[in-house]
Design a protein around this ligand. Structure first.
Ligand SMILES: Cc1cc2nc3c(=O)[nH]c(=O)nc-3n(C[C@H](O)[C@H](O)[C@H](O)COP(=O)(O)OP(=O)(O)OC[C@H]3O[C@@H](n4cnc5c(N)ncnc54)[C@H](O)[C@@H]3O)c2cc1C
Length: 350
């Protein structure tokens, strides 16, 4: 009997896998490559919601867990995945500058917003009003991380390239049985694929499609991340990742002409030099109406759990939410009410 059967090897699934392994638990991971949100993500981590000038929920705690987590994985997988880099917000007016400095005075935002006006001139970008700098930011190369993590699991026979068949799940008094697998717990981490899961598909997972590009812009000289209406992330060799769009209607992961036009227009608002689109990706973010993750245990079956709803911030949220779920299952640490799926369950009759 193994401790955990984990469905999904996106940011949620691998975060839980790693925390379980570190605690000497036995695991098996199944994934059928049906969702690609984590693989194509920008990978940025940023403790500030720049649109609204508010702190990301529990940002400092998440950053601490995240930093330790990716640092540990870099040693374990022997590759660089976490790239610390300033994120600069380009200003378009004096008013935007003033808003920034007013925000940087707020206690919650002070650790994350520099009070210095950045006036560096990057070739290829007109920036008469300069930039504001967000601190404690960077990006994780999610494609490399997932690829290398799955390879590592495969080497130890802990991974199967397989679609989970919900009809074959049997619930027993001391755990679950699935085909030849007997496990104490099953963790569902299917991202937007959760809609096919009869145990959890009543939860309000919306899904927000995002599209992004890899562009080539030889005349753009940029060594930091710019984040305004879209982000521009330098990858080296004149290549830049640019994204992303937000579409609440279309739930497919196919790149569209509409998404392309929107991204091209947004890029032109930021840079003034030529660029070519090299690749165009799309995926569906597992977003939730109340913007909080979906974590917890099925109300009728104590061996069935969910780790989902990482929304637009899987890089920061993944490790912290996986830790919270693991501590809840193994050590009965209570889950924060804001993330616990109990918030969506009907109150039991007295
Ligand atoms: C365009 C775009 C840009 C983004 N940029 C950022 C960013 O800059 N920073 C950030 O933090 N986040 C970003 N995100 C969001 C981030 O990608 C998500 O929060 C995160 O990927 C969610 O991870 P997940 O593991 O829950 O889901 P997923 O990545 O979707 O993983 C779910 C996995 O489960 C598997 N699966 C599903 N159903 C089954 C089944 N029945 N059987 C077997 N396997 C199954 C899928 O194949 C998949 O591998 C972005 C997302 C998009 C789309």
């Amino acid at each position: 009997m193994i401790d955990y059967l984990i469905i999904g090897s996106g940011l949620a699934g691998i975060s839980f896998s790693e925390i379980a392994l570190r605690n000497d638990k036995s695991i098996l991971v199944l994934d059928n490559n049906s969702q690609n949100s984590s693989k194509i993500a920008g990978g940025l981590y940023n403790p500030v919601i720049l649109k609204r000038f508010s702190e990301v929920w529990q940002a400092q705690e998440q950053l601490e867990i995240m930093n330790e987590f990716y640092n540990f994985l870099e040693q374990k997988l022997n590759c660089k995945i976490d790239f610390k880099s300033p994120i600069l917000r380009k200003f378009f007016s004096v008013e935007e500058q003033n808003n920034w400095f007013a925000a940087s005075d707020k206690i919650a935002l002070a650790p994350f917003l520099s009070t210095e006006l950045i006036n560096i001139k990057y070739i290829g970008i007109d920036s008469p009003y300069g930039y504001g700098e967000v601190l404690q930011t960077g990006y994780v190369d999610t494609a490399l991380l997932l690829n290398n993590y799955v390879e590592y699991l495969k080497q130890d026979n802990l991974f199967r390239d397989e679609a989970f068949d919900y009809d074959a799940l049997q619930i027993e008094s001391n755990g679950i049985r699935y085909k030849d697998i007997h496990a104490k717990h099953i963790i569902f981490a299917e991202g937007f694929g959760m809609h096919a899961n009869p145990y959890f598909n009543s939860l309000p997972l919306d899904g927000t499609k995002g599209e992004l590009f890899i562009i080539k812009a030889p005349k753009l000289n940029l060594d930091v991340i710019i984040n305004t209406s879209v982000f521009i992330l330098p990858l080296g060799n004149d290549l830049f990742k640019v994204g992303a769009t937000y579409n609440w209607k279309d739930k497919t992961d196919l790149p569209t002409e509409e998404g392309k036009t929107e991204l091209v227009d947004r890029i032109k608002e930021i840079i003034s030099c030529d660029f070519d689109i090299i690749e165009h990706f799309a995926g569906v973010r597992p977003t939730v109406k109340d913007r909080r993750p979906l974590v917890g245990t099925h109300q009728n079956y104590e061996s069935i759990h969910i780790l989902n709803g990482l929304g637009t911030r899987g890089v920061m949220l993944g490790p912290a939410m996986a830790k919270a779920l693991f501590e809840n299952i193994e050590n009965q640490f209570p889950l924060n009410k804001e993330i616990d799926i109990k918030r969506f369950q009907p109150k039991k009759q007295q």
